[in-house]
Ligand binder design. Structure first.
Ligand code: NAD
Ligand code: UD1
Length: 342
């Protein structure tokens, strides 16, 4: 058991909070830095109930370089940083690009600067399969070309990866990074004590489904049924958030144990299986016994037809693969929704 300190930015959020649990399970000692711009203090109670640990929490805005430097100095003995903190609403980013660049790129640069000053070497970055756009070949490998981003949000991931790659490639840099390109994380911890907390009207499919089933939304719109897919609806690689969280622990440990092959690595995190929107609805209805009121509408602008991961590299190099199936994802998302509204 290691008891090494790990800074987790955005650790109060959806993926961050699940990763905190897995870090503690693996014997790490996480510290959360978050400004609660898209999360709630009550997450700490869920974390304590699951793990029995009171997780230290620092409330600061990482786009402020002074506070970032200060808080990082306080935790200068950290062995690594997992950087989740970012704004992530695609549509909002189109309306407020400056806010997105300031927050996402500003925070990243401040964190990298603080790490360099303190000689903290190990860094995990939350990237996204959005960098691939609509890939020419499926499944998508890590060598598939990236496409120009269609939104400022997507661009913050592309530019973020570039900034890190350039930083890692300088002669004086001691930074070792793994960028994890997530496919579509859904579901919740099986305790239903933590989960996704969408503010306002959800943009993503699963929270929209659970909110419709519980009666907060009247009807789910299924965006497009004329795609070139078996049932006409778009295909994604949905991954259980706990599988995703486990991958962060594996990736961080790889860096700490110096098993990385270069000082900048990229991995796709998905199941390798694509599911259509209708298949997700069917899984939800089967596992929960609830009906989802939905109607087919036009395609959503900017959506890709189909994208799913080639998982070979993550399996062979990280020794990581997903363990949880779509039914477990939809059932756990429902348990969490009921807990939230209960
Ligand atoms: P989330 O919004 O639930 O969590 C992000 C957390 O970061 C929030 O708690 C928020 O308060 C915090 N935060 C944002 N800006 C901050 C700042 N300036 N200073 C301090 N804290 C700040 O989002 P999530 O779904 O957990 O996503 C985590 C990361 O994964 C993000 O970088 C996101 O872009 C990326 N990602 C998410 C998905 C997804 O589908 N959820 C897919 C691909 C990539
Ligand atoms: C979206 C973002 C992507 C981001 C990802 C995770 C866009 C264009 N892309 O991806 O950049 O990384 O979320 O946060 O927004 N769907 C419906 N009805 C709904 C909601 C979704 O039919 O109410 C469909 C979508 O058309 C899509 C699938 O469900 O086919 C998944 O949608 P969503 O959860 O929004 O994820 P992505 O579009 O893959």
């Amino acid at each position: 058991m290691s008891l090494q300190k790990v800074i987790v930015t955005g650790g109060m959020g959806y993926i961050g909070s699940h990763t905190i649990v897995e870090l503690i399970n693996a014997g790490y000692h996480p510290i959360i830095i978050d400004n609660l711009s898209n999360s709630d203090r009550s997450v700490l109670e869920g974390l304590e109930a699951i793990t029995g640990v009171k997780v230290p929490f620092e409330e600061i805005d990482l786009s402020d370089s002074k506070s970032t430097a200060q808080i990082f100095s306080k935790h200068a003995d950290a062995i690594g940083v997992i950087h989740f903190a970012a704004l992530k609403a695609v549509g909002e980013s189109v309306e407020q690009p400056i806010r997105y660049y300031k927050n996402n790129i500003g925070s990243l640069v401040n964190v990298l600067e603080a790490m360099a000053n303190l000689k903290i070497e190990n860094f995990i970055f939350s990237s996204s399969c959005t960098v691939y756009g609509q890939p020419e070949k499926l499944p998508v490998t890590e060598l598939s070309p990236t496409q120009p981003a269609i939104s400022p949000y997507g661009n913050t991931k592309q530019v973020g990866e570039e900034i890190i790659r350039e930083t890692c490639s300088t002669k004086s840099s001691e930074l070792h990074t793994i960028s994890l390109r997530y496919f579509n994380p859904i579901g919740a911890h099986n305790s239903a004590l933590i989960g996704e907390l969408p503010l306002g009207i959800p943009n993503n499919l699963l929270p929209y489904i659970t909110q419709t089933a519980i009666g907060i939304r009247e009807q789910l719109s299924v965006f497009g049924s004329d795609y070139n897919t078996p049932d006409g609806t778009a295909i994604r690689d949905y991954i259980h958030v706990v599988d995703l969280a486990e991958a962060h622990v594996v990736a961080l440990t790889r860096l700490i144990q110096k098993q990385n092959k270069s000082n900048y690595e990229v991995f796709n995190l998905g199941t390798g299986q694509g599911n259509s929107v209708l298949e997700v609805i069917q899984s939800f209805e089967k596992t929960t016994g609830e009906k989802v009121n939905y109607k087919i509408v036009d395609r959503r602008p900017g959506d890709v037809e189909a994208v799913y991961a080639d998982t070979t590299y993550a399996r062979e190099e990280l020794g990581w693969a997903t363990k949880r199936n779509l039914d477990e994802m939809t059932a756990s998302a429902w348990a969490w929704e009921k807990k939230l509204r209960g």
